[in-house]
Design a protein around this ligand. Sequence first.
Ligand SMILES: [Zn+2]
Length: 100
Amino acid sequence: MKKIIKSKLLILFILAIISIGLIACGSTNNDNSTSIPSTSTTNTTNTSTSYIYVGSSKSDKYHLPSCTWAEKIKSSNLVEFTSKEDADSKGYQPCKVCKP
Ligand SMILES: [Zn+2]
């Protein structure tokens, strides 16, 4: 008999946790719903660009456009590559951080 009471209490406890979790998830989903579409649109704009790799005319490394080092390249020094072969043929080496 004691076991049955314990299992009933356990079920009630689990139901309480689930309902609290659903409420918490519902509120966080509402908060995220505004931020998720904005991040996905920025990702699609990044992939739709004509070049795949970027480099700096001041260095011999080429990067993925998403690399933190790529973001530090001044627009005046920015070199764009359409492929790895394109970058290699111009004497550029792959970045060790983003591993393009
Ligand atoms: Zn990089």
